[in-house]
Design a protein around this ligand. Structure first.
Ligand code: ZN
Length: 204
């Protein structure tokens, strides 16, 4: 009889602990969300392209590399596509490349929704300007940047939408293509600094 009673108590404790673990898993805040722009979209805005080079493929490559690098540095990251379920986090970064009908007139730029994100945007700008040798557009220069659709589903204290260059410009593609990994590491380092982690990225 006593044996049965303690078995009931033990199984109740185990049940409670499992329930609490599941609840915590669902409500615990995530530090970083990395979004690959246009990923998973079949219709609507599926991204820019030039010949065989598609923006979405480059976005996915960079987003994966950023997430992998931040994980390696011990930071918790969620990697999402274009249309994730609603999510909350401290820092969100969406990866894009621009396409322009005025070929080679565009370049890199940043979008962000609030003044809280601005210091982080400026840090990214100074890091990337030291590397990227083409045009810079002013912040939030298109509605795609200032009213980014992701702001509604990804609730972040700080949110950056990065346009990493112009995919409709052959000259920029030629420069960007061999440097995608380094660019991803530079993004990861910029984000990690927000969480007190200092990484040095050799720009090659
Ligand atoms: Zn895009």
């Amino acid at each position: 009889m006593i044996k049965n009673k303690s078995a009931v108590v033990i199984s109740s404790i185990i049940f409670t602990l499992i329930t609490l673990a599941i609840i915590w898993h669902n409500i615990k805040p995530i530090s970083i969300v990395i979004q690959a722009g246009h990923e998973g979209r079949q219709t609507g805005n599926t991204g820019s392209s030039l010949g065989k080079i598609k923006e979405v493929d480059w976005n996915i490559y960079i987003a994966d590399e950023v997430a992998k690098t931040l994980n390696k540095w011990g930071l918790d990251v969620k990697r999402v596509g274009a249309d994730p379920k609603p999510i909350k986090c401290k820092v969100a970064v969406a990866i894009h490349f621009d396409g322009s009908s005025r070929v080679c007139k565009s370049g890199a730029s940043i979008g962000y929704p609030n003044s809280k994100s601005k210091a982080l945007a400026k840090r990214w700008e100074s890091n990337y300007r030291a590397y990227f040798p083409f045009n810079w557009q002013r912040d939030n220069f298109t509605r795609n940047l200032s009213d980014y659709y992701g702001y509604k589903v990804i609730k972040a204290d700080k949110f950056l939408v990065l346009e990493l260059g112009e995919i409709s410009c052959k000259k920029q593609i030629k420069w960007l293509k061999p440097r995608l990994k380094t660019i991803a590491h530079l993004i990861a380092a910029t984000i990690a600094k927000e969480f007190g982690y200092n990484a040095y990225i050799k720009l090659k």
